[in-house]
Ligand binder design. Sequence first.
Ligand code: ACO
Length: 449
Amino acid sequence: MPLASQNEKVKQMAQSPTSKQVGTATLTFNQKTATLPVLAGTLGSECVDVRKLQSELGMFTFDPSYGATASCESSITYIDGDDGVLLHRGYPIEQLAENSSFLEVAYLLLYGSLPTATALEAFTTGITRHTMLHEQIRRFWDGFRRDAHPMAMLCSVVGAMSAFYPDSIDIHDARQREVSAHRLIAKMPTITAWAHKYNAGQPFMYPRNDLSYAESFLYMFHAVPTETYKPNPVLTKAMDRILILHADHEQNASTSTVRLAGSTGTNPFACVAAGIASLWGPAHGGANEAVLKMLAEIGHKDNIPDFIKQVKDKDSNVKLMGFGHRVYKNYDPRAKIMQKTCYEVLDELGIKNSPTLDLAMELEKIALEDDYFVSRKLYPNVDFYSGIILSAMGFPTTMFTPIFALARTVGWISQWKEMIEDPTYRIGRPRQIYTGAAQRDYVPLDQRG
Ligand code: ACO
């Protein structure tokens, strides 16, 4: 969408908030009553608007892990966790994964509608022309240990982009916001592939503008200067689909991190670096790496019952990685598509028997019949199968989360852009229940017992 009409749309959105008041809720405490608006969006649960609670009742709400809190209004992604539904700008993930391409989904997330053929071509050309990194960024890698985790390299290099592209860090300039979004989407494959090349001790391969986004990434990752690289269409399609499936997922931990960092007015590269750091943890994007480690540790189907026993033991701290989700209380729709893609990839690669896939499927079957998982509504999430596919495609385990970060960059930057373009946004600043000592006087050192 051209910038001018985009600005127009942003203005219209500013005039008409997307959620509507559908009622009120009253809260009474200490003989005082607050009447709070109840808001509803297009889909999903109603929300009590508690913003006036402090001024009316002198109290805050307490929700430490935000399990019951909507932190923003957003028109980008919708999840129905009970029914296992995921929509981007209204389009079901199944339809996008089947019919769309990653750059088309990127356009959809960023601009709100599916592009026309002309708009997609212009967008693709724009992204393709930004894929190279400032040549001096190459030197960053010399400073890392050879065995540095690629997520550590991604955090650093993306954060450092703000020092290399100062011409696109004015968040109040719509054109600069757009350029930095394009730069991030375009350069992430190069950064991710180079992090691997550095680990592997191989020469960095430069992006190729004659290849598609997914193809160029696979080329930079797998190719070496001494051999001709032949892209495989089935693996390219699988890569593109993996990118689509990870592109956005509303207000998850890393996206909320990006929004919170962005709410201070910091630049988009710094925000996305913060998002990468947040994604790294095993409870979030790091789970795909953890799933393969877990499967390797289980080793054989015969060991599954013992493993499940450990998972159920609250003192063991062992989790069934790739299972469970804060929002999905049903099968994650992305996991279903991942499982299908997994078969396509293994078939293409001529892998008739995958002991890892067999083990994963047996583990899933046993877990889905076990009352512990059934009663807690724990189902496979996107990470349960993604590692198996990525591993079959020749990606080392440590690269799984960086590939997630590469795909999620468009979600992060779209959510950041949406927030900045919302005229009502303020710095994010949660409150707390203070449980420390009440005020007391300083005791000089010689008087302390
Ligand atoms: N294995 C075993 N038990 C689990 C698991 C699991 N994977 N997930 C949740 N539970 C249990 C909890 O211990 C809790 O049990 P309790 O009621 O007896 O105390 C119950 O199920 C509810 O779980 P919560 O901890 O409340 O779920 P929460 O929303 O806080 O956590 C999370 C969600 C972090 C995803 C969790 O399910 C988990 O750690 N899963 C494994 C890691 C993983 O796969 N993460 C990827 C998530 S998807 C993504 O980010 C791409």
